[in-house]
Design a protein around this ligand. Structure first.
Ligand code: ARG
Length: 458
């Protein structure tokens, strides 16, 4: 271990397997840009308070630029012997600029450094994810506007319940994603707090200026407690929890798309470029994208449990356990970004099949509630109306007809107060148009909600 940045007190080299076992460079090299960003700010702060001179700060800054450039071009050799991204970057810096490089770690520890890197990285990822979420939301608004009048059956228990509009259905997904968006923004506030200055755990004896470093890095403020700063990973758990909710929503949405593309529903068409075929069955066109998103939700839920379990039972302050936070977090971000991107790309090209959805809505007596409401308006108590319509439905089931396909005399045999105007409420169009209040499925309401949604997104 003599060759290590921390080798002073060691009398023999690290066991070769232990070196590999404890190293994180193979995955945390992904943080190099944010590690360098943090080091730049730290060096500038050390310069400001007089711990480094101007010349040293300049050497460090240009050295870090050169290292970033090399890494950007895949020309930096990451060494397992240097354990992690922090020591790799620092060792490279010292190779290049000598003494000044050795001064960079003044008043800093890898413990506050890694917590800072992950926060900087995650903050950027939250912004990228928010962008994709917005893209998907916009696609849903456009679709809702185009299909504000298109009718499909609404389901409860996956049985036809009442007719609804396709636009209304799309806006339901919009609302869920809006809450998801807000959750991410809220989580971002707690990510955006700076650990740097906590050093290993207790703070540092140098006259550091944490406000200045925080300002350079765009953090809202420095963390108030050094022990908390180096050991808190709840920001990552909170993010993964928000990500899990998004994946849960996308999984439900996926399930609907999978059902809707089946020959049995046949409600929508997905363009060929979002589907794949079968190597044996020539006729197949499979909705792989939604299926895969549905499946991928499981890995994100798994990462949430992994992170919770990782943190549970850890005493203060930093423990090596925390190195295990990265792979679940990275994979959560990759999975979520990919899933959102696939949806945002695909949704504008979903083609609803209005005829098929209409036929399907005609099949399940979806206007039965409308007939009951009609009878209530004519003076029958709702429970009696429910009973009457139930009997009419039984006749429909027996004779294979919708309520709107029965003769007036037949309907009157169930309730004499029924008159010819009943057919206006038995149509699908009449049914949806009648639900014309805030939150209702009427096309007029969908158009209003589309405007409100556009305004919300700005
Ligand atoms: N690779 C470590 C991590 O990811 C960096 C911090 C290590 N600190 C330490 N004292 N061993 O957490």
């Amino acid at each position: 271990a003599k060759d290590k940045p921390w080798g002073g007190r060691f009398s023999e080299s690290t066991d070769a397997f232990v070196e590999e076992f404890t190293a994180s460079i193979n995955f945390d090299k992904r943080l190099y840009k944010h590690d360098i960003q943090g080091s730049r700010a730290h060096a500038q702060m050390l310069g400001k308070v007089g711990l480094l001179n101007t010349n040293e700060v300049e050497q460090i800054l240009s050295g870090l630029d050169a290292i970033e450039h090399l890494a950007d071009n895949n020309q930096l050799e990451w060494k397992v012997s240097l354990e992690d991204v922090h020591m790799n970057v620092e060792a490279r810096l010292t190779d290049r600029i000598g003494i000044a490089g050795k001064k960079l770690h003044t008043g800093r520890s890898r413990n506050d450094q890694v917590a800072t890197d992950v926060r900087l990285w995650l903050r950027d990822q939250v912004d990228g994810i928010s962008h994709e979420l917005r893209r998907l939301q916009r696609a849903l608004i456009d679709l809702a506007e185009r299909e504000a009048d298109t009718i499909l059956p609404g389901f409860t228990h996956l049985q036809v319940a009442q007719p609804i509009t396709f636009g209304h259905h799309m806006l339901a997904w919009f609302e869920m994603l809006q809450r998801d968006f807000e959750r991410l923004q809220d989580c971002r506030k707690r990510i955006n707090v700076m650990p740097l200055g906590a050093a290993a755990l207790a703070g540092t004896t140098y006259p550091i200026d944490r406000e200045y470093t925080a300002q350079l890095l765009g953090f809202e403020r420095p963390a108030r407690n050094s022990l908390d700063a180096v050991s808190d990973r709840d920001f990552a758990i909170e993010f993964t929890s928000a990500a899990s909710l998004i994946m849960m929503h996308l999984s439900r949405f996926s399930e609907e798309l999978v059902l809707w593309t089946s020959a049995q529903f046949d409600f929508i068409r997905l363009p060929d470029r979002f589907c794949t075929g079968s190597s044996i069955m020539p006729q197949k066109k499979n909705p792989d994208v939604p299926e895969l998103v549905r499946g991928k939700s499981g890995r994100v839920f798994g990462h949430l449990i992994a992170l919770l379990t990782l943190m549970k039972g850890q005493p203060l302050a930093y423990n090596k356990d925390n190195q295990e936070d990265k792979e679940p977090l990275f994979d959560t971000v990759d999975t979520l970004l990919g899933s959102l991107r696939a949806f945002a790309d695909m949704m504008p090209h979903v083609q609803p099949k209005a005829d098929k959805m209409r036929q399907s809505a005609m099949k399940g007596f979806s206007t039965a509630t409308d007939l009951a409401d009609y009878l209530v308006r004519k003076g029958l108590p709702f429970r009696d109306a429910h009973e009457v319509v139930g009997k009419a439905v039984a006749l429909g089931v027996e004779t294979g007809r919708d309520l709107s396909e029965m003769h007036l005399e037949e309907l009157q045999s169930f309730a004499a107060i029924i008159t010819a105007d009943v057919f206006e409420v038995l149509t699908l169009e009449g049914s949806v148009a009648a639900r014309d209040h805030l939150g209702g499925t009427a096309p007029a309401q969908v158009k209003r909600q589309v405007l409100a949604a556009r305004e919300l997104l700005g």
